[in-house]
Design a binder for this molecule. Structure first.
Ligand code: MG
Length: 501
């Protein structure tokens, strides 16, 4: 009788679970550093909603993205594969790029669609537009899309903030490109986009999507890739001038407000206990923007570099009743999100070489990571140079170091664009737990036992690189100005005529 009772309860559990697979809300910030959030120690950021996620969820301290710049990092997030496999290298995609994330790559959205998930992408795509929009989110498993399909500095600057009024870009944007468009699915809705209303539009679209899916009792996947806090910073009425941190702080606050709206909607629609909310960022802070760039906290350098400031990110997993609040020091990556979502949803992982590992054990039991390595490719990844650095558990070995214009203006000369490519043989070795700032290389003379470790690192590197098949570079296909999104495609002279009111 007892057995039957237990068997019945298990059956009931399976049925209930199968009837309501979990929802996923993946929130991706832009150029946000390890030290930018209140819950990661920033003294003047206002991030009450992200702090609430961290307080009620699991906050990671060893979480990495796969590239110090936008497009490659996003390719890895959505495919669970290093960007070199999918061809999103070297550098980033542009409005007129001929290539994009290849359609035969399986994104998280495509993984979930066969299970009946409603899917939406909101915000910055940056994985290509292409001829007739063939690389847009709607071609990669997303039912709906609202957003700017690339970075919002990839067009002439216009008014970006309402406090003080009429403040334009602080620096240069891309003047020879079409005005920045706002797209709904595959149609241009506004060109130029109105930045003062943009975050509210994103928030309304996202909360409507959640409410509609919840009302239909459908599982859903929302990918919200915010343009905040990338340069140039913008903010609407609700946030402009409201923080002591200036334009970056205002942009971050406006982003945080949307996080609050998403949480409130998950609560009011009654699905919050069946939703994994995961937050992280695509790459480290753009230190060249000085106080209008982000902050890498204790980490070395920022955007554009393979030091930890360029690629170690804040990350928070929140799921009331399923994830116990706490902090995880386990090694994890954006690569691991796809296999983890697959595991939780009961989806099949794609039959390709995946670089991600399932991290449900970390999330649900505060357990150990299946990952003990992290590979670091530079902005301009190439087969010639291969890995710039490799982390094996607490050790990080740099085979090459190079500064970046994105990380210039810091007092640390290694970060600047003037710090040229430098090979290291033997590699420059750090214990990034004892020395997260990568200040003090471990010297073989002082630590002779490290010889064995270096040999192991060399073997891991060789094994990984022999498994790495570089996909055809999508970015080297170049650009065609005719492919830049234009609301008035037959107009002239371009790009200035691409404006619609
Ligand atoms: Mg970025």
């Amino acid at each position: 009788m007892g057995f039957i009772h237990i068997a019945f309860l298990s059956f009931l559990f399976v049925c209930t679970y199968a009837a309501s697979p979990p929802n996923f809300v993946l929130i991706f910030a832009d150029d946000l550093g390890f030290g930018d959030l209140g819950c990661y120690g920033h003294p003047s950021s206002l991030t009450p909603n992200l702090d609430r996620l961290a307080a009620g969820g699991l906050r990671f301290t060893n979480f990495y993205c796969t590239s110090p710049v936008c497009s490659p990092s996003r390719a890895s997030l959505l495919t669970g594969r290093y960007q070199t496999r999918s061809g999103i290298y070297p550098g980033v995609l542009y409005p007129g790029s001929i290539g994009g994330l290849p359609l035969n790559e399986t994104t998280i959205a495509e993984l979930l669609k066969p299970l009946g998930y409603a899917t939406a992408a909101v915000g910055k795509w940056h994985l290509g537009v292409g001829a007739n929009g063939k690389f847009l989110p709607t071609r990669q498993g997303f039912d709906e899309y609202l957003g700017i399909p690339y970075s919002h500095d990839m067009g002439p600057c216009h008014n970006l903030t309402c406090f003080p009024p009429d403040v334009k870009c602080f620096g240069m944007c891309d003047l020879g490109t079409v005005m920045v468009p706002l797209m709904h699915n595959e149609v241009i809705k506004q060109q130029p986009v109105n930045f003062l209303d943009l975050e509210q539009a994103y928030s309304d679209f996202s909360t409507s999507f959640i409410a509609a899916a919840a009302a239909r009792n459908e599982p859903f996947f929302l990918y919200y890739a915010s343009h905040h806090t990338h340069y140039p910073q913008y903010a609407g009425l609700g946030a402009a001038g409201k923080t002591s941190r200036g334009p970056f702080g205002d942009a971050l606050l406006e982003f945080d407000n949307t996080v609050g709206n998403l949480l409130a909607t998950l609560e009011s629609t009654g699905v919050i206990n069946n939703t994994l909310v995961f937050f992280t960022s695509d790459n480290g802070p753009s230190l060249m923007r000085m106080s209008r760039g982000g902050n890498a906290g204790a980490l070395k350098c920022g955007k554009g570099t393979t030091y930890d400031g360029g690629m170690r990110e804040p990350a928070i997993a929140f799921w009331p009743g399923m994830i116990k609040p706490g902090v995880s020091h386990e090694l994890a990556s954006t690569l691991d999100i796809l296999p983890t979502i697959a595991q939780l949803a009961g989806a099949k992982v794609p039959p390709v070489e995946l670089d991600g590992v399932d991290m449900t054990e970390i999330l649900l039991n505060h357990g150990k990571s299946q990952r003990d390595t992290m590979m670091f490719y530079p902005t301009d990844a190439s087969e010639t140079f291969g890995l710039f650095a490799l982390r094996l558990r607490k050790y990080k070995a740099h085979f090459y170091t190079q500064g970046s214009i994105h990380s210039s203006t810091t007092p640390d000369k290694d970060c600047s664009g003037l710090a040229l490519l430098k090979p290291h043989d033997p590699p420059l070795l750090f214990d990034v737990e004892a020395d997260p700032s990568e200040h003090y290389p471990l010297l073989l003379d002082d630590h002779p036992h490290l010889q064995e470790l270096l040999e192991k690192i060399k073997r891991v590197k060789e094994k990984f690189e022999s498994s790495m098949l570089f996909g055809e570079s999508q970015i080297s296909k170049g650009t065609d100005p005719q492919l830049e999104p234009c609301c008035n495609p037959l107009c002239s002279p371009k790009p200035s005529c691409c404006q619609c009111h």
